[in-house]
Write a protein that binds this ligand. Structure first.
Ligand SMILES: [Zn+2]
Length: 78
């Protein structure tokens, strides 16, 4: 069934193109950071330099977030 295969391939192509477009959109439209930490029970002020980089967490919360991300990252088992 060459027609069915073409339809599947076209669908995959469209999905990849869509994902690529969305990725480029997020890369170009820089999301500004927040003036204060996003954590509800924190609210620490965020340095302007970090805000410009799109920081949404204070350094302490960011570090915790990084540690958490590393712990759950796949393929890091010993
Ligand atoms: Zn914080």
């Amino acid at each position: 069934m060459p027609d069915a295969m073409d339809a599947v391939q076209a669908d995959v192509d469209a999905r990849i193109a869509d994902a690529l477009k969305r990725h480029q959109a997020t890369a170009t439209t820089r999301r500004p950071g927040l003036p204060a930490c996003e954590q509800l029970d924190c609210g620490e002020p965020i340095e302007e330099a970090r805000q410009r980089l799109g920081a949404r967490l204070c350094t302490d919360c960011q570090r915790e977030e990084d540690i958490r991300a590393h712990q759950y990252a796949p393929g890091r088992g010993r």
